[in-house]
Design a protein around this ligand. Sequence first.
Ligand code: HEC
Length: 131
Amino acid sequence: MRRKKIISVAIALFLIVSTAVIAANKPAKTKANKMPDNVHAIIKKSCFGCHNTNSQNEDAKEDLDFNKLEGLSKMQKIGAYKDIIDVVEENEMPPEKFVQKHADKKLTAAEKKTLIDWAKKEANALMKAKK
Ligand code: HEC
């Protein structure tokens, strides 16, 4: 009886430890994944095509690479969010030429507001954060 109990305790411990080890080895979910779904959908539709690591558009990815956003320093991130707010507010992005060809990628007023609100919130949170 006693022996059985020890074995089941040992099994339980093993399960707990191995789950913890597996969890620790999993790559931490990046913040990019935590981007709200609605924001992610807008960026994917209207921005990501040019602003990603594999983009052929060197100027675009040099200025802003959404794949690398999370790896930036705090100050760089704040700068990136501010730039995003600026270009969206001023209707500079997506570029006019691009929108003329792809009318469906133009940001609607609601999408602009969603993007701007999100970027402001992220920038504010970073500015308030101690580290
Ligand atoms: C068709 C390609 C394309 C798309 C789509 C696009 N961009 Fe850009 N973006 C560029 C290029 C090229 C530059 C760099 C040259 C320039 O400023 O025009 C740039 C520059 C930027 C910059 C830096 C501006 C600055 O003044 O430093 C930001 C921020 C930016 N884009 C955000 C966005 C956002 C947000 C979207 C989606 C709403 C978007 N872009 C969609 C091509 C694109």
